[in-house]
Design a protein around this ligand. Structure first.
Ligand code: 7RM
Length: 631
């Protein structure tokens, strides 16, 4: 089952394409099911549905926890490293984690949480986040984790969309030298959320908070009253496990829904094979659990595999830029998985922060979230991996649930900046503008997937039409990823980045429409257009072109500050524009569409490539914008 050589890979890949049902049923056999499936797969990419292991009964937490109590109850499941290195770390064995999850499951039940209810988690990177997540899964509730950097209005939108019953948060959140008043953000959000009946608050920073009688309670109080055993709810393979909101080209972020059975099978399968996990390995993924990478490759994948997974509360540059390497040294980390933006940021700080630490425990390095540039790849390979460690450049998405195109560490020969080959079960195709499949090698097109895989998105919460529209309508019969991609002479895939109106800032997906909507909320703004542009550290930065009301009486500087503050308040600091340019007009076509292509070129400084501007109503605006942008 486990792929160890390129030959194994080729064989597994062939089998997965020739007989997918047989292939995946063999993989799924190794999990703990209370009842096996009636059918491995039913699917339709035209009137979208995908159902995996339908009829099977199980609970994912029995696979993450109970299953390991037999052989590795005393093995460490989670190592938690606090934000402040002088605070003590926490290690939880599988036995302890199991008990804490059961205990918190009972807390959820005492708050009236039942199978199918939505529970929103807005928490720092502490073990309790993983515990709360698994407790939801144990009682059959659907978790919806919201990254704790999002604003109260973004949080309220997500709570309302999911109609969550309970929200779990903390008094405060340590991030570097900041102490963020998380509970205040939740209080503000809840003013506009009627579905919430309870708010459970973890004490983390001792920040002063107001507890609303009848609604709010302390985590520790509730846990102290709870029983330590809890039978897992029996779930169907196709019951929803979680919702995770993500940005797209248009409208508000959508709730990507993943169902338990297929997600379980694929997250462990991909974890074990991509990272070539070995019994006893210490594995560290630096993502936040608020993103899909944290869901699949800090919590579910590693725990399903019985691994030791490191969870880090802080940031890469606190107290200094050596923090990651200090942690690698401290826990003798074998596998390290991070984002290109972090690599570039640390590369810029210099080698003195790297060379202080012993990195000889490292065996596998990974990257995710955005295309990695060659300089960053080389630096990672040479200075972190000391030319000994394979780098797995893993391409995937919130919607795919797990890694789709990636080398298998030490098995697939790597090539800098290439995600290389699809995992078994993944059938990528490149399509041209007219929807023709590009055959052969040395081709470039839009990346689609033509056959289902177990952890694929099932729906967008509350709006299945939107799911069909966004993912299955661009090219009939295909799942469209939104990414452009090249297949080179060796058949290797290289991801070129988004071809839609999604910007990738430090590996975070941000919709241009979302940022525009936020900017437009400022009463002195008439209209805005947002595009991405190349940024040395972040990969892409956010560039906003804004038309302001000339009669507002506010000067340029005031407007600039206000716009940035508005975006921060409406979405969160991660969506703040890096550049704001006040203009008097935007390049529009006769039908009123903003020609972003032109703005992107101006933002890049590539004014010699503006292309055809003849379809614009008023081509002179382009000259004005170029001049103001100084390009
Ligand atoms: C896992 C995650 C998804 C988007 C995706 C791509 C980009 C992710 C890579 C990558 C090049 C990679 N989920 N992306 N991984 N681009 N190489 N290895 O990031 O939903 O937040 O973002 O991220 O554009 O469509 S996500």
């Amino acid at each position: 089952m486990r792929i160890r050589t390129l030959n194994d890979y080729t064989t597994a890949y062939r089998q997965s394409v020739e007989n997918p049902e047989n292939f995946w049923s063999n993989v799924a056999e190794r999990f703990l099911w209370q009842k096996k499936w009636d059918k491995v797969l039913e699917w339709d990419f035209h009137d979208y549905k995908a159902e995996w292991f339908k009829g099977a009964k199980f609970n994912i937490t029995e696979n993450c926890l109970d299953r390991h109590l037999l052989n590795k109850a005393d093995q460490v499941a989670i190592i938690w490293e606090p934000n402040d290195p002088s605070e003590n770390e926490v290690e939880l064995t599988y036995r302890q984690l199991h008990e804490k999850v059961c205990e918190f499951s009972n807390v959820l039940k005492s708050k009236g949480v039942q199978k199918g209810d939505r529970v929103c988690l807005y928490m720092p990177m502490v073990p309790e986040l993983a515990i709360a997540m698994l407790a939801c899964a144990r009682v059959g509730a659907i978790h919806s984790i919201v990254f704790a950097g999002f604003s109260s209005s973004a949080l309220a939108d997500r709570i309302n969309d999911a109609q969550a019953k309970v929200v779990i948060t903390s008094d405060g959140n340590y991030r570097g030298n900041k102490n963020i008043p998380v509970k205040d953000v939740v209080d503000e959000a809840l003013e506009n959320c009627t579905s919430i009946t309870s708010c459970i608050v973890l004490k983390r920073t001792e920040a002063k908070v107001t507890m609303q009688e009848g609604r709010d309670c302390w985590w520790h109080d509730e846990v102290s009253k709870a029983e330590k055993t809890c039978q897992a709810e029996v779930m169907d393979s196709e019951d929803p496990l979680f919702i995770l909101y993500t940005s797209g080209s248009t409208g508000k972020p959508k709730g990507v829904v993943h169902h338990g059975g297929g997600y379980m099978v694929y997250s462990q399968y991909s974890f074990s094979n991509v990272f070539q996990y070995e019994e006893g390995d210490v594995y560290w993924c630096t993502a936040d659990i608020g993103w899909i990478t944290g869901h699949s490759y800090i919590v579910y994948g590693p725990l399903l595999a019985g691994a030791t997974t490191v969870m880090f509360e802080g940031v890469p540059t606190f107290p200094d830029a050596g923090r990651f390497w200090e942690i690698v040294d401290k826990y003798k980390v074998n596998t390290f998985y991070t984002a290109p933006t972090a690599i570039r940021a640390l590369q810029a700080k210099g080698l003195e922060f790297v060379n202080k630490y012993d990195l000889s425990s490292l065996r596998v390095l990974g990257t995710v979230g955005e295309p990695i540039n060659e300089e960053a790849w080389d630096w990672y390979h040479e200075h972190i991996g000391k030319r000994r460690c394979p780098i797995v450049d893993t391409w995937w998405q919130t919607e795919t649930g797990g890694i789709m195109i990636s080398p298998l560490a030490g098995v697939t020969p790597t090539k800098p900046t290439y995600a290389t080959l699809p995992l078994p079960g993944v059938q990528p195709v490149l399509l041209d503008q007219d929807g023709n499949e590009l055959e052969g090698n040395n081709v470039q097109g839009n990346l689609c997937i033509k056959f289902p895989w177990p952890s694929m998105i099932r729906t967008t919460y509350g709006d299945h039409e939107r799911c069909k529209q966004v993912y299955f309508s661009t090219y009939a019969g295909y799942y469209f990823t939104g990414d452009g991609c090249r297949r080179d002479e060796d058949g290797y895939y290289r991801i070129l980045g988004r071809v839609d109106d999604v910007i990738n800032v430090s590996g975070h997906r941000i919709g241009t429409a979302e940022v525009e909507d936020a900017i437009n909320m400022n009463e002195s703004v008439i209209e805005s257009a947002v595009v991405g542009y190349p940024h040395e550290i972040k990969g892409q930065g956010i560039y906003a072109f804004v038309i302001c009301d000339e009669n507002s009486g506010k000067d340029n500087d005031t407007m600039l500050k206000e716009i940035i503050a508005t975006v921060s308040r409406v979405i969160g600091p991660i969506a703040k524009p890096d550049k704001v340019l006040m203009v008097s007009g935007l390049p529009k076509t006769r039908s009123g569409k903003i020609m972003r292509r032109i703005l992107r070129k101006i933002a890049e400084g590539a004014t010699d490539q503006l292309g055809d501007t003849s379809t614009l109503i008023d081509p002179t605006v382009v000259e004005e914008i170029k001049e103001k942008a100084g390009v």
